[in-house]
Design a protein around this ligand. Structure first.
Ligand SMILES: Cc1ncc(COP(=O)(O)O)c(C=O)c1O
Length: 249
């Protein structure tokens, strides 16, 4: 289950919860959440989105929580018959000691702190050129400026160029939409497949089992319906035609 941190709503946030009180008018008024001096929680487990309550993201589940506890115990000097915890649950390469790609780190560092690093002899010419290209494509030459919704144009151009070279098929930067990792992209696409209806009219999404838990979690979040089909370990995890037959709503 996801854990929510509950928060106290500031007054400006409550304006929309009170009938016919405009945000401006509300500044001099009170709302039901601030009527008494005692501030109450506006968002609680009882009134939160029920679909989010149904979400489970098992890669961060009980085993990971226990691993974290064991790590804390080791730090406190509690003796065990091992010294380290190796987190092998999600193929987290960096957490298991793999070195990050130097070039990417350098470009990110240069983009973030160009005034200090662009003249530094510690950074190679190719990383500086790449960082300059990216910064020139950002408003005010700052990586902190707003980008197009689809992402910084020059980066989309580079992505399109990469796809063109890799696939031997022209790719248009206007067709590229950057996202913050696979989960963000998958959720954006899955959102497009939802029907917006309830009960038997909800979208059914076919998912292979075993699956990455993002898929069942997102299906629960979007109030869709998971339709599972099974993969065959003995057959290189391929689905067999027969596994689709029991998959039903
Ligand atoms: C199949 C699959 N989908 C989604 C993800 C999530 O990717 P990201 O961390 O880029 O959001 C992973 C991560 O390992 C994955 O293996």
């Amino acid at each position: 289950m996801m854990r929510l941190s509950l928060f106290h709503a500031p007054k400006w946030m409550c304006a929309r919860t009170v009938n016919s009180v405009s945000a401006l008018g509300h500044m001099n008024g009170t709302c039901r959440f601030h009527a008494s001096n005692k501030r109450q929680k506006v968002l609680s487990v009882d009134n939160m989105n029920p679909f989010v309550k149904n979400m489970e993201y098992a890669v961060r589940g009980p085993i990971v929580i226990r691993a974290g506890e064991i790590e804390e115990e080791l730090k406190k000097g509690i003796k065990k018959n091992f010294k380290d915890v190796i987190r092998a649950n999600i193929g987290d390469c960096h957490a298991t000691g793999q070195k990050p790609l130097t070039f990417l780190r350098q470009v990110v560092a240069l983009c973030t702190d160009p005034d200090r690093l662009m003249n530094s002899p510690d950074y190679p010419k190719d990383a500086k050129e790449r960082a300059k290209r990216i910064l020139n494509g950002c408003g005010g030459q700052s990586i902190g400026a707003y980008s197009d919704s689809a992402g910084v144009r020059v980066i989309r151009e580079d992505v399109a160029k990469y796809i063109t070279e890799r696939d031997g098929h022209p790719s248009n930067p206007d067709d590229i939409f950057l996202c913050t990792g696979a989960s963000d992209g998958i959720k954006t696409i899955m959102k497009l497949m939802m029907t917006g209806k309830d009960g038997a009219e909800r979208a059914g999404v076919m998912i292979p089992i075993p699956q990455y838990p993002l898929y069942t979690a997102t299906i629960a979040e979007y109030n869709a319906y998971p339709i599972s089909y099974y993969l065959d370990e003995a057959n290189a995890w391929k689905p067999h035609r027969s596994s689709f037959i029991p998959a039903k709503y």
